[in-house]
Write a protein that binds this ligand. Structure first.
Ligand SMILES: N[C@@H](CCC(=O)N[C@@H](CS)C(=O)NCC(=O)O)C(=O)O
Length: 218
């Protein structure tokens, strides 16, 4: 399996399959395509007739060019990894929350871009505040759910945690307050050795790749 991603510091979508693969212990190779600094991502897009966007997975002659689609693919290919919970009610909740992440939160995404290296306090706009309240409501759904013990949304780490991983960095990076339950989840996500590995790689990229428009937010 080969995963194409972009800057670990900035590429929120890239983090999703990467962290899921790592936490699940699935073997893969990776290539970083820094699309502000090279045209390699454009060439990949042309080669496969797909958008010049990351992440992309190549596996067994298949090409997958959407982060949620690849997480579903991993679940199908590695059912023993339990990337979705077994329980139908919990899985339905997790799938709905993952899909909501994919299609919503546009103010948070655009006004608080992921930047793992940076920590500042940025007052959220009214539109972002509405989205933060929605996040708190989603976390409350999981608190009320009947689920196994564990620090992640479904107890153990699943796809819904991977989908919201970039939101975790946005909250940490801009001092966004969401809810005590979100904060507890944040600490569990940060404590993952793979998340620390991602952060170390993001920090190591600083000497090669800096993108002013993201570094100067706020
Ligand atoms: N639907 C895609 C969206 C991917 C996406 O927007 N990727 C951004 C990540 S930073 C990208 O590659 N941008 C490059 C560009 O727009 O040139 C997914 O979920 O994987």
């Amino acid at each position: 399996m080969h995963l194409y991603i972009a800057y670990k510091n900035y590429s929120s979508w890239s983090l999703r399959p990467w962290i899921a693969l790592k936490v699940a212990g699935i073997d893969f190779d990776e290539t970083v395509l820094p699309f502000y600094h090279s045209d390699a991502l454009e060439k990949l897009g042309e080669r496969y007739q797909i958008p010049a966007k990351v992440p992309v997975i190549e596996d067994q002659g298949l090409i997958i060019w959407d982060s949620l689609a690849m997480l579903e693919y991993l679940h199908e290919q590695y059912p023993e990894k339990k990337l979705w919970p077994d329980d139908l009610a919990l899985r339905t909740l997790a799938r709905s929350a993952a899909a909501e992440m994919h299609s919503s939160f546009s103010a948070l995404r655009s006004q608080h871009p992921m930047n793992c290296r940076r920590q500042i306090k940025l007052q959220p706009s009214p539109e972002v505040q509405v989205e933060l309240q929605r996040l708190a409501a989603i976390w409350a759904h999981f608190e009320r759910a009947n689920k196994p013990v564990g620090d992640f949304l479904c107890g153990h780490f699943t796809i819904v945690d991977a989908m919201y991983a970039p939101v975790m960095w946005r909250a940490v990076g801009y001092g966004l307050e969401i809810s005590p339950s979100f904060e507890k989840w944040t600490q569990a996500m940060l404590a993952l050795p793979s998340m620390q590995e991602w952060l170390a790689a993001a920090q190591a990229e600083e000497s090669k790749w800096r993108i002013a428009q993201y570094d100067e937010v706020g």
